[in-house]
Design a protein around this ligand. Structure first.
Ligand SMILES: O=C(O)CCC(=O)C(=O)O
Length: 277
């Protein structure tokens, strides 16, 4: 998987870039099967500490995104996706960093009628990192149409500084969709929203300060996506920022100011030998 110098320049200028066909059809089908398994509570390789191996309840409900965080530790197909060195290399090249570790993943089924996700930046949800060399890939697993409520990104908003989290995230509304981005948009800066109307297997990579969200799903089918989140080599641990994290064991044995890399958040590019993961 190669990206061009132009794509790196687009990411730097806009805060996001679409990368086509990062997943082939057989892998898309395997990922659908993996998501179905995890939503059904079947975990084929459970990497959690034995005492924590409980059923995971998705955040959200029938009227919002069904959201499962860090399912890579529940399923080997999802682990393979999250630790894919090719995807990690794209993230590293876009960030201009020498290495990346995978720090989070999300399963994102938005059913028909599912509400908007209010615009937000990802970095305010990651207070464990002292630096912003972080990015996300939002991977489409169905052919996205405007009706699906695909991801939308505010072009250039990664240069508007860090804002606060919206009051509500996945149970969003048309009225509050843009509240967080409007709070930091500089006077005179245009709010240009770009929708990721992309085919299954394509992805939009975006910087952790880029505002993004999505409208409701008005399509007859589920809007299915997965997102992966990486930290670059410059990111260093802020242990105080782990206090309210949903998965405190992810940070066990990490040192203050040390790299954000361990067996749950392995370095994926350059590839880590599998015996170290
Ligand atoms: O899928 C969505 O609508 C939102 C996803 C998101 O916020 C993310 O991947 O960071």
């Amino acid at each position: 998987m190669q990206i061009t110098a132009q794509q790196v320049a687009d990411f730097t200028r806009d805060g996001f870039v679409i990368v086509e066909r990062v997943l082939d059809s057989p892998r898309i089908q395997r990922l659908h099967a993996a998501m179905d398994r995890v939503y059904a509570g079947v975990y084929n390789v459970d990497r959690r500490p034995p005492r924590l191996r409980k059923q995971v309840q998705p955040f959200g409900d029938a009227s919002s995104v069904h959201w499962i965080l860090n399912a890579r530790v529940l399923d080997d197909e999802l682990w393979g996706l999250a630790t894919d060195p090719g995807l990690g290399e794209i993230a590293a090249r876009l960030l201009g960093t020498r290495s990346v570790s995978i720090v989070e993943d999300q399963l994102l089924d938005k059913p028909t009628g599912g509400r908007p996700v209010n615009f937000h930046q990802d970095y305010p949800y990651w207070p464990f990192s002292r630096a912003t060399q972080m990015c996300t890939a939002w991977l489409a697993l169905v052919d996205m149409t405007v009706e699906h409520g695909p991801l939308q990104l505010a072009r250039g908003s990664h240069r508007w500084g860090q804002g606060g989290r919206p009051n509500e995230l996945i149970r969003g509304s048309t009225e509050e969709l843009l509240t967080a981005v409007e709070a930091v948009r500089p006077v005179g800066a245009e709010l240009e929203l770009v929708s990721a109307v992309i085919p299954a297997g394509s992805a939009v990579f975006f910087h952790c300060l880029t505002f993004h969200g999505s409208p409701g799903n008005q399509a007859p089918g589920c809007r299915r996506a997965i997102s992966l989140h990486w930290a670059g080599a410059e990111c260093r641990m802020n242990l105080a920022g782990t206090a309210s994290h949903d998965y405190p064991y992810f940070f066990a044995q990490l040192a203050e100011e040390g790299p954000i890399v361990n067996k749950y958040m392995p370095m994926v590019y350059p590839a880590t030998p599998s015996e170290l993961i």
